[in-house]
Structures are given as structure tokens and as C-alpha cells.
Design a binder for this molecule. Sequence first.
Ligand SMILES: *[C@@H]1O[C@H](CO)[C@@H](O)[C@H](O)[C@H]1NC(C)=O
Ligand SMILES: *[C@@H]1O[C@H](CO)[C@@H](O)[C@H](O)[C@H]1NC(C)=O
Ligand SMILES: *[C@@H]1O[C@H](CO)[C@@H](O)[C@H](O)[C@H]1NC(C)=O
Ligand SMILES: *[C@@H]1O[C@H](CO)[C@@H](O)[C@H](O)[C@H]1NC(C)=O
Length: 358
Amino acid sequence: MRMKPSRNLLLCLCSMLALGFLYYSSWRISLRGWGHRSLYDKQGFFLKLDGTLPLKLTYKYGNLSEGACKPGFAAAKMSAIYPKLHVYSGCDSKHHAMLSLQSPGGSIASEKIIDILLSNTKIYGLGEELDSMSCKTCIIVGNGGILANKSLGQRIDEFDVVVRLNEAPVKGFEKDVGSKTTMRITYPEGAIQKMEHYETQSLFVLSAFKALDFKWLRHMVLNQRLHSTDGFWKSVAKHIPRQPSDMRILNPYFIQEASFKLIGLPHNNGQMGRGNIPTLGTVAITMALHNCDEVAVAGFGYNLSTPLAPLHYYEKIKMSAIKESWTHNISKEKEFLVKLVKAGVIQDWTNGICSGGC
Ligand SMILES: *[C@@H]1O[C@H](CO)[C@@H](O)[C@H](O)[C@H]1NC(C)=O
Ligand SMILES: *[C@@H]1O[C@H](CO)[C@@H](O)[C@H](O)[C@H]1NC(C)=O
Ligand SMILES: *[C@@H]1O[C@H](CO)[C@@H](O)[C@H](O)[C@H]1NC(C)=O
Ligand SMILES: *[C@@H]1O[C@H](CO)[C@@H](O)[C@H](O)[C@H]1NC(C)=O
């Protein structure tokens, strides 16, 4: 049957309209795509990192006395350069921790262990005094040799929260790194093994990068003998001189946010491993951005143009010993930290992060 000409025309018109619409909308989409690209980088940070605060906050902070803690400063600065930020303390929601565990890097098998752990440690916060403060300043003390001989100890101790990482010692280094430790964030292979090297008081915080790390913590919390160290990449501590109430699990959300969102490491179908594990220092900074009003760092950044300088502040190993890591992506991570320093989200007291220029 032959179609009537008028009907043919209508069909043709319709398809032309449809084509026109498609063309128009694809143009719109690409236009928006371009607009998007010109404002933000791949991770969602503004390309222009000026970190200008809302006027309201500028007034509010202007009213504070010199040097006083500025409530909400770090999160506000971060939001100014990274509008996608959703501030989340990470310690009030077991549900969220579980969800994060079941997705990238975790396994459902950990769930029972988490329940055991949380029912033993019971407490989620930093302790009554710190939890009740309306404004907290935090410093993350990295382990870099750049801390040596700068006599920053006293200033570090003035922070409300002092975070230390892995086995970084305090005793004998107080002049440069301070003597206060609010929390020590570690993973099993990085934890202090000599009991006498622990400070007398601090929270022991596990940053778990693999399911086995939770099993290890269960042994530590329940004070059980560890029969095997299979699956760890290095020897691990057999005992942690802390009561369960002084042990915490860092919400795995912060590891994932650091890796996949902020640094932009490859997702690898959620497998944590090759090139997508953030360093502990960056995980700690990420946690602090959500939990502290002001965030500073010290002892971060390696200056590779000084191969004979010490790598860490507490041992003789030289910068030249630094090895390519298959798990971390130091250069991508540095790009992220540089953004934070550039925009004034964090203060870098030893200027190591921008050592290549900011
Ligand atoms: C700052 O101080 C001024 C004068 O004391 C006051 O009028 C104003 O409301 C204060 N602003 C804020 C945001 O607190
Ligand atoms: C720090 O000072 C000590 C003693 O003066 C010296 O032996 C050491 O090499 C210095 N370390 C650095 C990193 O400059
Ligand atoms: C780090 O990331 C960059 C950019 O995505 C990539 O080219 C490089 O191979 C990565 N390096 C490592 C060690 O994974
Ligand atoms: C890194 O080391 C080189 C050589 O000593 C020096 O010129 C440069 O200023 C250092 N960078 C920083 C900021 O530490």
C-alpha cells in the first residue's frame, strides 16, 4: 500500500524534528561538558584554587581574636575548592562503616569481626574532653626527615589533637616532634613492636587496608595469641599495650574517599592493591578534614633532590633509599596535597608538600 504524501511528509518532519532535537541537545550536553571541564578538574576540584570563604564566615572569623580556633574552617575551605565534599565524622555510624567494608577493599566476612570489635571497644569518640570542644585544632605529624632540627615540638603540642603515624617515636625526639600523642594511626605491619616504645597514653587507631587487618585487631583487642602472620607483608606487632576502650577502627570510608575521590586513583573494581592505596598520612589528613576545625601537617613530603638527607626523622636511612611503590601513587597523591596547601585548607609547617613549588 502506498502512503499518502501528506503522511509521508509528516513522518519526515517528525524525524527531522527528532534529529534536530537530538542535535540541539547533544550540543547542549557538550556545551555543559565543556563548561564543566573548564571549571573543575577530574576529581571535582575547582581549577582555580582560591579557596575564598563565604562572606558570612569571613565576618565570623574576623570577629575572633588573633590565633583563636576558627569553627568549621577546614571544611569550609575544602568545600570552597571541592564543592562535592560531604562532611562526615565517620565515628557515629556503624552502618556506614559496614557498607564501606563490603564494597571496595573489604569483605563481608569482616562484618562479624567488626561487631565483635565494636562491642568490645564500645566508645567511638576521642574522649569526653575533646568531644565536647566546640572547635578543635589538629596536626598530623608525618615521619619525614624534614622535621629534624626544626624545634617544632612545643608548637606541635599546642594543638588539641596530635595525630602520629605507625612507629614514629616520641621519646628522645620531643624537641622536634613534641610529646603529646592523641592518637596513633597504624596498620598491623606499621605498628610499634617494642612495648617500651609506646607512649603512656594515646588512642590506638587501626587503619585497615585488607580484611586480614581486622582479624589481627580482634586478636589485639581480645588479647589473644597470634598464631600465624601469613598474609602480612612484614612482621606485625603481637601485642598492643592498650585497653579495648582505647582502641578504635578508622572508618574505611576515609581510605576510599582519599583514594577514589580526592586523589583519583584507579578503582580496579574495588580491589585495593596496585597503585590505588593511599598513604597513611593522606588517609589521616582526609579523616582530619571531616573531624577537625583546623588542620595542620608537619613532616610531610620528600625532597628527592637531597639524596643524602634523612628519609625519616628517627633513623639514619637516607632519602636515596626511597623505593618505587607498587601500591601507592606518590605523584598523584602529591597533586592532591598541593591543592590543599595552595588553597590554605591545611597549613604545612615544614613546607615539604610544596617543595617542588606550589
Ligand atoms: C562581629 O562583631 C560585630 C561587632 O561586635 C557584630 O555586630 C557582628 O554581629 C559580629 N559578627 C558575627 C558574624 O559574629
Ligand atoms: C640535626 O642536628 C644533629 C646534631 O647537630 C646532626 O647530627 C644531624 O645531622 C642534624 N640532622 C639534620 C637532618 O639536619
Ligand atoms: C600514577 O598515576 C598516573 C596518572 O594516572 C599514572 O600515569 C602512573 O602510572 C601512576 N603511577 C603508579 C606508580 O601507579
Ligand atoms: C630541596 O632540596 C634542594 C637542594 O638542597 C633545595 O634547593 C630545595 O630548596 C629543597 N626544597 C625544599 C623546599 O625543601
